[in-house]
Design a protein around this ligand. Structure first.
Ligand SMILES: NC(=O)C1=CN([C@@H]2O[C@H](COP(=O)(O)OP(=O)(O)OC[C@H]3O[C@@H](n4cnc5c(N)ncnc54)[C@H](O)[C@@H]3O)[C@@H](O)[C@H]2O)C=CC1
Ligand SMILES: O=C(O)C(=O)COP(=O)(O)O
Length: 346
């Protein structure tokens, strides 16, 4: 039997890359249809109840168009398309959904279970991309790379950037606090170890690896991390517990002049409190890659501050992220067709 597979991608998750990897893994006796969706660069919707999508979040795509495209496919491969209960009711052939992302937050998992649909995902598909980017972000701030670039563009040469009391600092004399020790946080720690800095980690739900413990990394309480770190970098997922984790209160407990880096998610941070702390100088500088509203509005005050470096949510986007995700998804499809258990069931 020729398995019917529907792949919805976009200009990042190129569906043809996923087709190629699936054919490499499973042979080409498959009935694969692909759609490269032209999704806009606008904020992702969060659970549009009128469209029956109140149980899913961070998705793109009209549910009717997605259902029409999947049709009689048994296997659906996607990154951002939603899948709700009402959609599943119209997809009786569907047996496997491979979600090319860290958490299947665009899929109604309870409904998938009730419909006997297996959902798999690709945890950590972009973890090394985000971890490397985070190290770059930290160095951009500690060594004044962005500030130096801007100075030169304005025709300034060195100036205060060459004053012993205002110039950059080396990581090897600093303490870096890593909040969240999951797929990305663990990789950030591993990379940081090469710099010889003191590394503090806070994560209420995990233990340090033996390797990190032996390398002198310390697992500490949040307060301890905040009061001791010269750099604080954020890596939890957004949950009821972590929403607004960086707020007026927690910022006040950070060291004066601290560097703050957020490559995780905007809702983890109270940006009004962050703005105030950046203006007062309590936070020396920040590197922000994710925002409460995306894209960040042109008149957003944080876009104007001189001590903030910004990027438009691109840390996870690397060439390797796509090929790696496609290989993982292809392996799940291969195993499913062969009747083997999934590698990463959700
Ligand atoms: N900028 C970008 O392009 C990308 C950003 N991300 C974001 O990066 C973040 C981390 O992603 P992953 O490492 O894949 O997530 P993960 O789920 O592997 O790790 C999250 C960690 O946070 C920990 N945690 C939970 N509550 C905590 C708390 N109160 N304090 C400290 N730690 C807590 C968890 O125990 C877990 O170890 C997420 O917010 C994700 O959305 C992910 C990929 C790309
Ligand atoms: O932040 C991003 O761009 C992401 O890709 C998030 O990744 P995830 O949904 O955690 O796999």
């Amino acid at each position: 039997m020729r398995e019917k597979i529907a792949i919805i991608g976009d200009r990042f998750m190129l569906p043809e890359v996923f087709r190629e990897k699936i054919e490499e893994a499973c042979g080409d006796n498959l009935d694969i249809r692909t759609l490269e969706a032209a999704w806009p660069d606008e904020p992702m919707e969060f659970g549009n109840a009128a469209l029956g999508l109140d149980k899913v979040k961070e998705y793109f795509g009209d549910p009717h168009e997605v259902v029409d495209f999947i049709g009689d496919a048994e296997i659906f491969v996607t990154q951002l398309a939603p899948l709700s209960e009402t959609m599943m009711q119209r997809l009786p052939a569907l047996k496997l959904v491979a979600v090319s992302r860290g958490g299947p937050i665009n899929i109604d998992m309870a409904a998938a279970k009730a419909h006997g649909i297996t959902v798999v995902n690709v945890p950590g598909r972009n973890a090394s991309a985000v971890a490397e980017f985070t190290i770059g972000a930290i160095l951009a701030e500690t060594r004044l790379i962005r500030v130096g670039h801007e100075a030169l563009r304005k025709g300034e040469w060195r100036g205060d950037l060459y004053r012993a009391d205002r110039t950059g600092r080396e990581l090897n004399e600093m303490t870096v606090g890593v909040i969240g020790y999951g797929n990305i946080g663990t990789k950030v720690v591993r990379l940081l170890r090469a710099f010889g800095c003191r590394i503090l980690v806070t994560d209420p739900y995990v233990q340090l690896s033996a390797e990190d413990r032996n390398a002198g990394v310390e697992l500490v309480a949040l307060d301890d991390l905040l009061s001791r770190s010269d750099v604080v970098t954020l890596h939890p997922r957004v949950t009821e517990e972590t929403r607004g984790l960086v707020n007026k209160d927690t910022i006040a407990r950070m060291k004066p002049g601290v560097i703050f880096v957020n490559t995780a998610r905007g809702p983890l941070v109270d940006y009004d409190a962050l703005y105030d702390a950046l203006v007062s100088g309590h936070i020396g500088s920040a590197m922000l890659e994710t925002f409460a509203v995306e894209p960040a509005p042109a008149d957003w005050p944080l876009l104007q501050l001189p001590n903030v470096t910004l990027t438009p949510h691109i840390a996870g986007a690397s060439v390797r992220t796509v090929t790696y995700a496609a290989e993982q998804a292809a392996e799940e499809v291969r195993r499913f067709i062969a009747g083997l258990p999934p590698v990463n069931p959700c």
